[in-house]
Design a protein around this ligand. Structure first.
Ligand code: HEM
Ligand code: SF4
Ligand code: SF4
Length: 533
């Protein structure tokens, strides 16, 4: 059932994301930048909150007047800041919920990736607590309603010795200290939230925490425009003698409040508990099949750090050398973090299929799908090709090419070192090579598409050699649901290939006996900018 729900959601996201891709381009697609936008809105809330605090009177008697004053007397700066503070907080809620659904839809939360998901749970609780305590501070009718309902909800739990709702029953019993506690919480909880947001991404390398400038600028302009057009206002001074009746609700932060009356407090808590337990258990419903973590072969590791640089999950670090090879460091994989994407295999300088050894070895490899097996499968797939334009497809198992008959499957496109394409074309195993991955905005392994593009553009080691004819290579970034686009583009590429003059034979690179050469750090084995094309 969970799989079916994921499928439906994925279709929904694809439906919205594809037109966005065309409109903004994959890099600016807001749905691919939800986490970064979350951080951006957080900073807007923080800056506007600090600004408001200058004008805010933290005493319960003067709080309402001070908020009214900033809306009316200084609307053009403090008033706009108040609206920015409210609307950016609302957008954070939207972003968090859509981000949660999207990570679920794209299956980014199971297996070794459970950590970010689970840390998302306290984020939701802290975000709501921040917003709810914020509404309290305005001390208008809505604040009274929020205060009263929150207290009733809390009183339902056996936490406090004395019911806290009593604080609000009449002016006589209302304590200013309680209000000061809310002011403190409204500052302390977001600070803690920021800390948890940082923990949320510690297992991810190069997390996108800043949206592209254009997207940030557009979001800010839109927020300022809405703040001027529809400023955030208070709802009349609180009257503790009267229970609040007609009030406008913030449906982003307070959707459960009316349900307290409708369902009863117990049901609201049951809903919140059930939601939290379900979200908390999701990474194991059902658990992901465990593939073995990448393994380092010290005899072939020269400590170049490329694998550390390319791993999207912070699963590799360099440690002091443990053998007698003359390098100061060696790569070490943390199996608890490794998702077996193989990107490190594609990054390692010793991952070269040109090695004329039967038992192809490399510095870092996947025990369940080694570079040797990848070479074997590539050769077998190429040998099965027929027709005027023999196109070999190297396909990520999460992208649109996965279902293509005869494709060589990869856990991520970036597992294939660029030298594998050189190998196929220089040995004339195929007339062209298609590297097929996920849609650019939604690479299953976060950085696989980006690294592949940079390697091909010779901006990132290991470079694709200049001698490799670029008109015989195509990259197709399509999602698993874009099969017809994949087929169409593949057909166009094959048709273009058929019009090209016969491929020139490329002289094979000089034989490199290799294994030891890697260990000796011979530049010839390391495809980088210093290498002849
Ligand atoms: C303030 C709220 C949040 C912010 C600012 C935030 C931010 C981020 C960022 C920046 C990333 C890294 C994206 C990338 O570069 O690939 C990320 C990933 C992720 N987030 Fe959030 N997030 C928030 C809330 C949540 C919540 C509530 C959940 C779910 C319960 C969640 C689940 C995830 C997951 C599963 C990943 C992907 C980890 C992976 O790819 O291995 N996040 N988030
Ligand atoms: S297989 Fe992927 S996750 Fe594991 S160490 Fe290599 S790059 Fe990192
Ligand atoms: S040689 Fe390979 S395994 Fe060793 S540090 Fe470099 S990329 Fe990593």
């Amino acid at each position: 059932m969970i799989g079916a729900a994921r499928g439906v959601l994925l279709r929904g996201f694809e439906l919205i994301e594809r037109p966005f891709d065309r409109l903004f381009g994959p890099a600016l697609n807001p749905l691919a930048q939800l986490g970064a936008l979350g951080f951006f809105f957080f900073w807007i809330v923080t800056v506007s909150g600090i600004y408001l605090f200058i004008f805010f009177n933290t005493g319960i008697e003067r709080a309402y007047e001070s908020v009214e004053n900033l809306t009316n007397a200084y609307w053009f700066h403090a008033g706009v800041m108040r609206s920015l503070h409210r609307y950016a907080s609302d957008l954070m809620v939207v972003m968090v919920m859509v981000h949660l659904l999207r990570e679920f839809a794209y299956d980014h939360y199971r297996g070794k990736r459970w950590f970010s998901w689970l840390i998302g749970l306290p984020i939701i609780w802290l975000l709501y607590t921040s917003g709810i305590t914020g509404y309290w501070l305005v001390w208008d009718k809505l604040a009274y309603y929020v205060a009263l309902t929150s207290s009733e909800l809390l009183d339902y739990l056996p936490i406090f010795g004395e019911p806290i709702a009593r604080n609000f029953i009449s002016t006589g019993t209302l304590t200013s200290r309680f209000f000061t506690l809310m002011v403190f919480m409204h500052i302390a909880v977001p600070l803690f939230l920021l800390f948890i947001m940082w923990v949320h991404i510690i297992r991810i390398s190069r997390p996108k925490v800043n949206p592209p400038r254009m997207l940030a600028a557009l979001s800010l302009i839109a927020l300022v425009a809405v703040s001027i057009w529809k400023p955030a206002l208070s709802q009349g001074h609180v009257d503790l003698a009267k229970a609040p009746v007609e009030i406008g609700l913030d449906w982003f932060f307070l959707p459960l409040y009316p349900l307290t009356d409708l369902w009863g407090k117990g049901s609201v808590w049951a809903f919140l508990g059930g939601f939290s337990i379900m979200v908390g258990l999701m990474p194991w419903l059902p658990p992901l099949r465990r593939a073995s973590a990448a393994a380092v072969d010290l005899a072939h590791c020269n400590g170049c750090e490329r694998c550390v640089d390319d791993c999207p999950y912070e699963a590799i670090r360099m440690v002091r050398r443990t053998d007698d090879l003359p390098f100061p460091t060696e790569a070490k994989v943390n199996p608890a973090l490794c998702v077996s994407c193989g990107i490190c295999v594609g990054a390692c300088p010793s991952s070269t299929p040109f090695r004329r050894t039967q038992n192809l070895k490399t510095g870092i490899d996947l025990p369940d799908y080694s570079l040797a097996e990848l070479r074997e499968r590539t050769v077998a797939a190429a040998q099965a090709l027929t027709g005027p334009a023999r196109v070999l497809v190297l396909a990520c198992e999460h992208g649109g090419g996965a279902a293509h008959p005869g494709a060589v499957p990869l856990p991520c496109v970036a597992m294939a070192p660029p030298s594998l394409i050189d190998y196929v074309l220089s040995k004339r195993l195929a007339d062209g090579v298609v590297v097929a991955g996920c849609a650019e905005r939604a690479c299953f392994n976060r950085l696989g598409v980006a690294w592949t593009e940079q390697r091909f553009a010779r901006q990132r080691d290991p470079y694709l050699r200049t001698r490799v004819p670029r008109d015989r290579i195509a990259t197709l970034w399509t999602s698993i649901l874009e099969l017809s686009r994949f087929k169409k583009e593949l057909g166009l590429f094959a048709a273009k290939l058929a019009t090209l003059p016969p491929a020139q034979a490329i002289s094979p690179p000089p034989p490199k006996a290799t294994l030891d050469a890697a260990a000796r750090h011979e530049p010839s084995l390391i495809e980088n900018s210093s290498q002849p094309p």
